[in-house]
Design a protein around this ligand. Sequence first.
Ligand code: ADP
Ligand code: MG
Length: 397
Amino acid sequence: MKTIEDLGDLRGKRVLVRSDLNVPLDGTTITDDGRVRASVPTIQQLADAGARVIVVAHLGRPKGAPEAKYSLAPVAARLSELLGKPVTFAQDTVGDEAASIVKGLADGEIALLENLRFNAGETSKDDAERLAFAQQLAAFADAYVSDGFGVVHRKQASVYDVATLLPSAPGGLVQAETTVLRRLTEEPERPYVVVLGGSKVSDKLGVIDNLLKVADRILIGGGMLFTFLKAQGHGVGSSLLEEDQIDTCLDYLKRAAETGVEIVLPVDVVAAEKFAADAAHQVVAADAIPDGTLGLDIGPESAALFASKIADAGTVFWNGPMGVFEFEAFAGGTRAVAQALTETAGFTVVGGGDSAAAVRTLGFDEAAFGHISTGGGASLEFLEGKQLPGLDVLDNQ
Ligand code: ADP
Ligand code: MG
């Protein structure tokens, strides 16, 4: 893989850097700035090298037109604080204001353009429309740095097309992330334990297909556990369930048994009367979830079981909270798994936006983990062995 150094002397050059600044917001308050902090070193490096830095990013899922609640303005302010220097914010992406701000940049100065997804070309499935937007972005710059690891699995204008138009290189974050993930796909230290949870059930079930070939143990919590329980013939009340994935789960259980991979399912569950922070709840056996209740966390016995399966790991990859950790009553499983990761001597990786946020909001020291990935979907697709367009395009330059 190339590096920023391969772009040559950047002094006075205009460098377009795609960062992942897609942070959770409560109004205009950033509730977890992990991705902004992770983007700082590359932006700093470019500014220190004397480049005129044009940062581009997206926030949320606007539908190709400006929407105030998805403005990157609060992110510009935070980025400026973290960098300790001004970040000029352009209130458009490729319009007059952006053009004039870009033109006015002096060596080492930094601008952030408004949310790329305010322009339909960014995520368009139409190659020509995407390329047209990428050409407008490329016209601002002499070189391109791809540093938004969380989006490298997307074939989007600012991730993919623009790299075909300018001298390009990965930034430090993309490099660090891919180096770590490669360590998980090529000869991981064993036992290799994967912990899966969260709510994107069908997305994440897909990754098990490939993990069955490489992992030694797969621990299942979060929303996906109920489809497995159902596949085993148990009732799951009103818990999250994907009926059409039951056969997939059965197939995984069968293949795991054949190949000697251990799939560990919870033995108890915290069942609640409704989806609410103050819902009445009780711990029940995993095969006895009462009708009308929904499982919102793995139970304490399962948490201890999972911790014991993590304790002797050589490598742990964890994606997806074990329960609805946003509500304290259902945070126990997630807390126990996070704790177990901090205590094992093995190499630990946390992937997934909500999992990373959980680690931080539950008060864990980030340094206690081997690596906290900024990319959920991207890290999963990497582990699935898929080709990631935003990485391939850099390699094939
Ligand atoms: P990540 O961002 O780490 O990849 P996901 O986006 O897949 O994870 O899922 C995170 C969400 O999953 C959290 O908001 C959490 O509340 C939810 N979740 C976890 N367990 C359950 C459950 N049993 N029922 C419903 N939602 C759950
Ligand atoms: Mg998520």
